[in-house]
Design a protein around this ligand. Structure first.
Ligand SMILES: [Zn+2]
Ligand SMILES: [Zn+2]
Length: 403
């Protein structure tokens, strides 16, 4: 259990996470960390099984704690299909099948992977009422310690309440070997936290929404930590991998402390996740979560900049003004990191903004602009700004004619 007293109306925040182990060769410690469990059900996909699952499986077999394993086909999506497969395979028929008995359950679900596997196992753990933990294979998103999981159900991405990991085990050597786009995805997921907190502050002041200063500060610190280390990720610097992994875990913890993803997900997530859903609707495999969200961040920043220049609401202007220096910092960071862009087509770009407003029930700048009758105009206007300031400038070697 991690807990602290707070000055907000919740007065106290706590999560049931017992161990967060971020270290060199951390997977060797899995049997000891999970010593209270003896029927562990291990879930991985074909890729994560190769990078960590096989080794964890062998360790748990040796210690007599493994029940059985399931390796999903890669890429596994956090959807009803994956959840169904994990649920079906979670139980094992008893030696002699007894029609009067319920199915047998494992005593623990151990996810080996990152985003999709983690979200899938979290839902299964919650539904079966058994604890779960995660052996992370890439610092690609902030969901390790989260309390919610965005799952694909039919053609919709719906955010569900889920279990919080009891154990989070990050092996730095495994994380350092993750494909570079996964590392950039982690940065993309974090870079938008300033936008999320600004949205939250605006809703606090306009709608009286609950706000926790301490959680907001913790998220910002976690973000600063990830952004500062991000420039050394390409070199696979272990200190940078550690700082990024810990920052992402802390952000997820803040979601759990708060009880909703409010501190870590605002306009940028609603736009990025809408693009993800549009891919699913078209039968395509969506891009990495943090890559879509990362692009959503630049859209959100330009919406805020435009509103800052045009609004006559002094309080709103002051709130946005506080964040302009970090927006400048993010703009510079983009030139260095070259976070990829996945949406450059104007119709798709604009649709992401318009549909993003109702992606979930959450007050953001998108709703504010909609209420002012300005959302469509803003969506069209910021397209040019985002393309020029971020996309063409960052990838100018690919666009020699651009100036
Ligand atoms: Zn609080
Ligand atoms: Zn995210």
């Amino acid at each position: 259990m991690i807990e602290f007293d707070c000055t907000c109306v919740q007065k106290h925040h706590s999560i049931p996470t017992e161990v967060i182990e971020v270290s060199d060769h951390a997977i060797l410690k899995v049997p000891e960390i999970l010593k209270d469990y003896h029927r562990i059900f291990l879930v991985a996909d074909e890729n994560t099984y190769e990078v960590a699952g096989r080794q964890v499986e062998a360790l748990l077999k040796e210690s007599g704690q493994l029940s059985h394993s399931l390796v999903l086909e890669a890429p596994a999506l956090p959807d009803a299909d994956s959840i169904g497969k994990v649920l079906i395979e979670a139980g094992r028929d008893r030696e002699v099948y007894d029609i009067t008995e319920w199915s047998w359950n494992p005593d623990y679900v151990l996810a080996v992977g990152s985003g999709s596997i983690n979200d899938t196992c979290r839902m299964v753990s919650y539904r079966l009422g058994i604890p779960y933990g995660i052996v992370g294979t890439a610092p690609s998103m902030d969901g390790y310690a989260s309390v919610v999981a965005p799952l694909l159900n039919g053609r919709k991405k719906i955010v569900y309440n889920c279990s919080i990991a009891r154990h989070i085990i990050i092996d730095l050597n495994i994380n350092a070997a993750a494909p570079y786009p996964l590392l950039l995805s982690g940065v993309g997921d974090m870079v938008g936290k300033y936008v999320a907190i600004l949205d939250w502050e605006i809703s606090r002041d306009r709608n009286g929404e609950y706000f926790c200063e301490q959680i907001a500060d913790m998220v910002m610190k976690a973000t600063d930590q990830v952004l500062a280390s991000s420039v050394n990720l390409e070199k696979r610097d272990l200190a940078a991998i550690r700082a990024t992994s810990e920052g992402l875990i802390l952000s997820g913890e803040c979601i759990a402390f708060c009880g909703s993803s409010r501190p870590a997900s605002g306009t940028e997530h609603m736009i990025g996740q809408t693009w993800e859903v549009m891919d699913v609707e078209e039968g395509k495999i969506p891009n990495l979560h943090g890559i879509e969200v990362g692009e959503g961040v630049f859209v959100a920043i330009e919406l805020f900049r435009k509103l800052y220049g045009e609004t006559e609401d002094a309080h709103l202007k002051e709130l946005i003004g506080k964040y302009l220096p970090v927006f400048d910092k993010i703009e510079k960071l983009q030139q260095t990191l070259k976070l990829p862009f996945t949406v450059t087509d104007k119709d798709r770009f604009v649709e992401g903004i318009l549909r993003g407003r109702t992606f979930r029930e959450r007050y953001t700048i998108l709703q504010y602009l909609y209420d002012q009758g300005q959302l469509e105009v803003y969506a069209n206007d910021v397209y040019d700004a985002v393309m020029k300031k971020y996309f063409y400038r960052t990838f100018k070697d690919q666009f020699p004619d651009w100036e």
